[in-house]
Design a binder for this molecule. Structure first.
Ligand code: M6R
Length: 609
């Protein structure tokens, strides 16, 4: 997730407006920033790594001439957060500048093709193919307009994009386009704007036009023209009046960032699934060679590791050891050696306990692999191979969208490894890959169809003194995650166990009305799990079951149930089954009057041991 912005203003320089608007988009990414403007046939460009204020202090982002320009605030996906990778990116001639939010899946092929035609690339980003493709189109057809060159360019892109383009050749217009990344246009009497999000221009105009997927927009001081990319047909669309306060606008109308981030999951999962295959393949090769694999993490990331230990075992027949990072040195430190591999999973890439475990393992010559949401973080710097999960910045302290993305990367990794080891048939591989691709839609269905129901369940149980979360097999990890979410934001004491363990002690806590949440995918554990549900029911527990759609057997037993679409294979089930639990925790916190975004005593990134 990055923030893009562009504007053309009457009788004033654009740069100060771009700078101010990027500040309002900084929540979308903050590892580098850049601005480009055009005046008198010349392109002016300033960009660097760092937060906007840091870059402004060095380069003065307000000081660029021209009444037209574009800007970008970056959250790295392809290429480290370095000045060279910061946007805007330009063509060979330095006359076309582009800012981009999204992921171009076929950039390697395009880059190779363009290099073959003599184009010279400066960055490691996927974005840089765009200005070169536009340049190529204009070179091949001297009478082509910038808008047509952009149109022909985006037709060649696979993946997601929201882009804004300026050129010295047409210094009075910005061309922008979108596919699966957000883009809005704003207008007033003095200016026209395009941005990733309404807050960027809300202080200067509340008239916004939402650009739809597959549309290209040309902005000029005369207004805007929208065209369909597929057939160039002009689309008429009037601006809407936005009545959000600036605070509401940053949360896109959601009451809290956490709810916004839960709702973003279909989109973030789609982005995560766009990961470059070769990174997954490379990491799978390292895992294949390892004698022992430790999966090291804290909190929610640990739950992703726990779930993935089932994935690695079931799909690739690889035994892995999920370990809580703060225990790693005590538990395994002495036995780690050159043959050990440590896969560290950390959303922030800066968690002190994880880095301590990594350092200890490095000193003993172990191989370090990393999975993180923060390219450029310490974890990426100390890892032999790392994967960026591409979920965009997460502002709510409770991890939600980053958890489901971690799970989907780890599932993809387990699948690659299974293929490498010849442990799955072609049919099984195709089936699982197809189901993984469908998960964003499944999660979307869960949110659309079950949110209201979860809200009612939260109202019903809001005064409960404690909760149980139980699951079997891989759903144990889902249960642990549901419990952590509820505890950390709604402050409700909760216990999670593999359901089979409950009769070895915890069940003694149960008395009539005690809420027990069961995670019930119809997998190999299903029949035994029903026995566990009966045990709890017999003791008067209130059963809240997360079930597959149409599971009549558990519906009869449960006091309340939440339905998840059927047909997701067991190894992928945590991705859809955890979503109702995130919503439950969120609505419990809201019911109890707490702010779920900033739970007491917690920080987003825990950088102390
Ligand atoms: O950034 P990390 O993934 O390393 O963070 C790990 C934990 O601190 C984090 O998951 C924490 O447990 C969250 N508050 C969970 O919602």
């Amino acid at each position: 997730m990055c923030g893009i912005f562009g504007c053309i203003v009457k009788d004033a320089n654009a740069a100060p407006t771009i700078h101010a608007s990027l500040k309002r988009l900084e929540y979308r990414g903050y590892d580098s920033v850049g601005v480009a403007t055009v005046q008198d046939g010349k392109l002016y460009l300033k960009k660097d790594q760092g937060k906007i204020d840091e870059v402004h202090a060095v380069h003065n982002l307000d000081d660029l001439p021209g009444n037209i320009g574009i800007g970008h605030t970056r959250w790295a996906t392809h290429g480290a957060p370095l000045q060279i990778n910061a946007h805007p990116h330009v063509d060979c001639s330095g006359q076309i500048a582009v800012v981009h939010n999204g992921i171009i899946e076929n950039f390697s092929e395009l880059k190779q093709e363009l290099e073959g035609r003599g184009h010279v690339f400066k960055s490691k980003t996927d974005t840089e193919v765009i200005p070169h493709l536009i340049e190529e189109n204009l070179r091949n057809n001297l009478s082509m307009s910038l808008a047509d060159a952009v149109l022909e360019t985006v037709k060649r892109l696979d993946g997601s994009y929201a882009i804004a383009v300026i050129s010295t050749k047409e210094p009075d217009r910005i061309v922008c386009a979108r596919h699966e990344s957000p883009l809005v246009v704003g207008v007033n009497e003095k200016a026209v704007y395009c941005a990733s999000d309404i807050p960027a221009f809300l202080p200067v105009t509340n008239k916004a036009v939402i650009v739809e997927d597959g549309e290209l927009v040309t902005l000029s001081l005369g207004g805007y023209e929208i065209k369909k990319i597929s057939d160039s047909k002009v689309v008429a669309r009037e601006p809407k009046l936005i009545d959000w306060t600036p605070e509401m606008a940053v949360k896109q109308g959601y009451q809290h960032f956490m709810l916004k981030e839960i709702h973003e999951q279909p989109g973030t999962l789609r982005n995560t699934l766009r990961l470059q295959e070769h990174y997954l393949d490379l990491m799978a090769t390292f895992l294949d060679r390892a004698h022992e694999v430790f999966l090291v993490a804290c909190g929610t990331s640990y739950h992703a590791c726990l779930a993935s230990s089932y994935m690695f075992s079931k799909l690739a027949f690889l035994v892995t050891y999920p370990v809580i990072a703060s225990e790693f040195v005590e538990q395994h430190g002495k036995s780690v050696n050159i043959d050990s591999t440590l896969l560290a999973v950390s959303q922030s890439g800066e968690t002190a306990d994880i880095l301590a475990a990594v350092n200890a393992a490095r000193q003993r010559a172990a191989t370090i692999l990393g999975l993180t949401n923060a390219i450029g973080s310490t974890l990426t710097r100390v890892s032999r191979v790392y994967i960026g999960q591409q979920s965009g910045p997460e502002i709510g302290v409770a991890a939600t969208k980053t958890f489901t993305s971690q799970l989907s990367v780890l599932a993809g990794l387990a699948l690659r490894l299974a293929k490498k080891r010849g442990k799955v048939s072609q049919d099984e591989m195709d089936f699982l890959a197809e189901k993984l691709e469908k998960l964003p839609d499944t999660v979307e269905t869960v949110i659309q169809t079950q949110e209201e129901k979860v809200k009612q369940i939260a109202k019903k149980y809001k005064d409960a003194k404690a909760f149980f979360f139980l699951g079997r097999g891989i759903s144990t990890a889902t249960a642990y995650e549901g419990r952590l979410k509820l505890m950390e934001i709604a402050y409700v004491p909760a216990i999670a166990f593999p359901a089979g363990e409950s009769k070895h002690g915890p069940i003694s806590l149960v008395e009539p009305g005690f809420p027990v949440v069961f995670i019930c995918p119809k997998d190999e554990t299903y029949k035994t799990l029903i026995g566990n549900v009966m045990e709890m029911k017999a003791r008067g527990a209130s059963i809240i079951a997360v079930i597959e759609e149409g599971d009549e057997e558990i519906k009869r037993l449960a006091d309340d149930y939440i339905e998840v679409p059927a047909g997701t294979p067991e190894v992928l089930s945590p991705i859809s089954f955890v979503v109702p639990l995130q919503l439950l925790a969120y609505y419990m916190a809201v019911e109890k009057g707490y702010n779920p975004d900033t739970p007491r005593n917690l920080a987003k990134s825990v950088t102390v041991k």
